[in-house]
Design a binder for this molecule. Structure first.
Ligand code: DC
Length: 222
């Protein structure tokens, strides 16, 4: 890693396009992997745990001063989320939290609250930052920008297999419908909607293995 000029790789795309791939890529490059969706999920989890209505923008914004978020990485480089001292890494993956996150992330006050926090990671060292508006808003000067996507069917199937492995009851059609719902909200909100930055390279992972995606992004970095 170059300490004087940290390198930043911005990856945007819809949910489920390949987070585990990016964590692996970060380990290869010895960069910090920052999953910004997990940060939005942590705010969503706070709202959920404190019985706030996610649709009540004023209530969510009023809660922000009570939210202290820390991000740490375990021995395998995987990101863990700490909310007011409590590890919420697993809790933020609950399906209700996905829906809450999609709602609260549309609030300009929430996005402003997290903007500098995200930029700070990229100032301190080389990062692979993954989200919806990294190449367009958070790190517009990123060295490499990728728009990583996959078809709804592919993403739903991947999620289905993940949940099956964990022994959680699943329904493929429901997963696909949830994904479509969130895609729509993420792409149609007024502030920082998900879109491909003009200078980003499109990588469609629908018919690619994890190794192929890693190799393709490494190729773009070179
Ligand atoms: O990537 P994910 O599914 O864990 O993200 C959770 C939600 O957070 C998703 O609905 C979109 C939102 N998000 C965002 O608005 N901006 C980001 N940079 C990352 C995620």
């Amino acid at each position: 890693m170059n300490e004087t000029h940290p390198i930043s790789i911005a990856i945007d795309g819809p949910s489920g396009a390949g987070k585990s791939t990016l964590a692996r890529l970060a380990t290869t490059l010895r960069f910090l992997y920052v999953d910004t969706g997990a940060i939005y999920r942590t705010i969503a989890y706070y709202a959920y745990a404190n019985h706030l209505d996610p649709a009540d923008e004023a209530a969510v914004l009023a809660a922000l001063p009570n939210i202290r978020i820390e991000l740490c990485h375990d021995a395998e480089g995987l990101q863990r989320m700490i909310l007011n001292g409590e590890d919420v890494t697993d809790a933020i993956r609950l399906p209700q939290i996905s829906q809450y996150a999609s709602v609260v992330s549309a609030y300009p006050g929430v996005r402003a609250f997290l903007l500098e926090m995200q930029r700070d990671f990229a100032r301190k060292g080389s990062v692979i930052m993954d989200g919806r508006d990294i190449g367009t808003v958070v790190l517009p000067d990123a060295d490499v920008k990728v728009y990583l996507t996959a078809s709804v069917e592919t993403r739903a199937k991947r999620r289905f297999l993940e949940l099956q492995e964990k022994g959680e009851p699943t329904d493929l059609a429901k997963i696909a419908a949830d994904i479509e719902d969130r895609d729509y909200r993420d792409m149609h909100r007024d502030i920082s909607p998900l879109r491909q930055a003009e200078d980003a390279t499109l990588v469609d992972s629908s018919n690619m293995t994890i190794e192929q995606v890693v190799e393709r992004i490494l190729e773009l970095c070179r």
